[in-house]
Each structure stands twice: as structure tokens, then as C-alpha cells.
Design a protein around this ligand. Sequence first.
Ligand code: ATP
Length: 367
Amino acid sequence: MDSPQVPVGGGSSVVERPLLQVQNISCNYDLERAVFDLSLTVNRGEQVCLLGPSGCGKTTALRAIAGFHPVLTGGIFINDQQVSSAGAMVPPEARRVGMVFQDHALFPHLSVQQNVASGLRQFSVSDRKEAVADMLERMGLARHAKRYPHELSGGQQQRVALARALAPRPLLLLMDEPFSNLDQELRERMGQEVSDMLKENDITCVMVTHDQNDAFALGDKVGVMEDGAIVQWDTPYDLYHRPQNHFVADFIGSGVFLEGALCSVNGVTTALGDLSSETALDWTAGSQVEVLIRPDDVIYDPQGPVKAQVMRRAFKGAEIMYTLRTRSQITLLALFPSHANFEIGDEVSVRLEVDHLVAFPKESLPE
Ligand code: ATP
């Protein structure tokens, strides 16, 4: 198969070389489209995530990269070798990818060390022993080597699944919702732990998830998917602060949309005051827009100009998330430090402090 044109490092300047290139792939189930014209590039040592709601095509895209699902158009390249194209597919075992599944898929009748060794049949006995011992040590599993999966906690099982996927030293690690069976606290801890481990060991990884916290914990870059396509490929920071369309703004984080009108090249008038953008807004003066107001844009301020009543509250430890209704019947979400402790029905004063103004023309909103 052909190789794509990739920049090759040379001399003293370091040129990033992609390990994975997905170029304009589409995948179907019978006649139903699941992935459409999807492209992405992952450099060596980079960790990326595909994030999107259920049914948007994340798993199908990952399965196409792994070699379990054919592509109808476009191509997939791993380490400069084309592994998928219309009508041709290098089998999964020849792609040098490691896979971690949602349910861990450990063999229940094999011990931890046997599970980790199960992907190393092509290794010599001594190399296999060494590779298993090394992975168990690195994953903090050495003292559980002889246990069976049912004798492990959810987090330990997850580590065994990772150890098994990484033991054959794959070029690329693929993970499908790896934390979804863990409870919230463990999930956050594992997300951070796995991210640190991948970074320390320079492992290139693609993860798919519908959970933005998982995606943000692990992804250097995150691709938000809708209807089989990536609608924004960006850093977690920019996805949150600079969403490119209404879908991404809605899907990432929380917030409400406030109606407004353009009053200057970078200013919007709203019922709750004038807001300004760091950059010029592209629409003509007077255009009707919707401005995204994040909970952290709503500041508790006893002298603030906006009076609102507390409709709901959710205690989150260091912070409290309030649902507020202004006197003009506008609903806001507000995240206050938890010493700003109000009861339902209390009236509070707030001001808006929007550092990154995100606005979309009103006519582009879905019906
Ligand atoms: P989830 O987060 O729920 O796993 P996803 O984003 O991973 O969803 P996919 O599993 O890739 O989405 O599914 C994409 C589309 O393809 C969906 O419309 C789904 O119904 C359809 N689909 C998935 N698997 C099959 C299948 N085996 N046969 C037919 N259609 C399928």
C-alpha cells in the first residue's frame, strides 16, 4: 500500500512526524452511515480523544483504526504504512495496536500474569517472562500477579487490561471508554494515573469517550464528534472557551445562552448588561446573537447590578452550583465558592464577567 507524504525530521530542527493519520474515512453498517469524511493526525507520544454523544460514531472510528471495521472511502496510515483503504485492510494483529475495552475483557480463568502474557505468544519464553514482570511492576500489580480478575478491584482490573494491551509494546494504544465501569472518584483518579503513565512512557494513544472529564484528563487534543464527523479538533481549553459552533458549546461544559444584539465591532448588548469580546465579531451592527454564559462567568457580588433568586443548588464541596432566575426571568447557572452559601428562594446579586465571549448568530440555532 502507498505511504502518505509525511515530513521527515533532519538536521537540528525537530519535525513532528505523525504516527497515525486518518484521512477522510467513511464507514457504514449496511446502508447506514456511521462515520463520514473523518480525518485526524496523531503525533508520536501524543494522547488524543474522540468525544461525543452516544451513537455519534466514536467506537466505529476506533474500530476502523484498530482494523476491526472496513473503510468505504479514505485511508488510515500507522507509522507511514497504509493499513486501511477502500477494499483493503491490514488485519488487527499486524497493525501493532493495543486495545483496551470498556468492560476490560479480561480472561476470568487466567491469573493477572497469565492475562498479561496472553498477548505475547509470539515472544520467546524468557522474553515473555521479562515483559510480563516489567509491565506488572510498572502498573503496580506485581504483588497481585497470581490473583484472578474476580479477586481484584475495578481499578486493578483496569490496570491489568492496560498492562495486557501495552505488554507487546504496540505502536499505538486504543482505548474505548476505559473508565466507564468505574465509580466517579476512581474514574477521576485512574484518568489522571493513566494520563501520567502514558506521558512518562511516551505512549501514543487514541481514546474514545462520551465523558468530557475523561477526555480532558487524558487528551492533549480532543475531537468532538457529531453525526459521524469531527466538528472541532482542539485543546480542552479551546473547546471550553472557544467552541466553534452551538453544538460544541452545548456539549462541552455547562452554561446558558443569553440573547443579545451587536452594538459595536466587539460588543454585545444583553438584558443583563453589555459584554465585550477580545476579538472582532463578524456580523453587522444590530445582528441578533446568542451569547454563551458559563457558570464561572457569573460572579457573586453583593454590589452587582443583576438581582436573581436561587431556584436550585447543588453542593460540590469547594463550590456550589446555583440555578438562578433574574428579575427579568432569565435563567443563569452560577458557580460560587461554597462560602457564598444561599438557600433556595434567597435573592443574590451578581455581575457577569465574560473573559472569552462566545456568540453565535441567532438564525444558525437549531429549530
Ligand atoms: P456509544 O457511545 O453509544 O458507544 P458511539 O459514538 O461509539 O456510541 P457507534 O457505536 O460508533 O457510536 O455507532 C455509530 C452508529 O452506527 C450508530 O447510529 C449505531 O446505531 C450504528 N451501529 C453501531 N454498531 C452497529 C452494528 N453492529 N450494526 C448496525 N449499526 C450499528
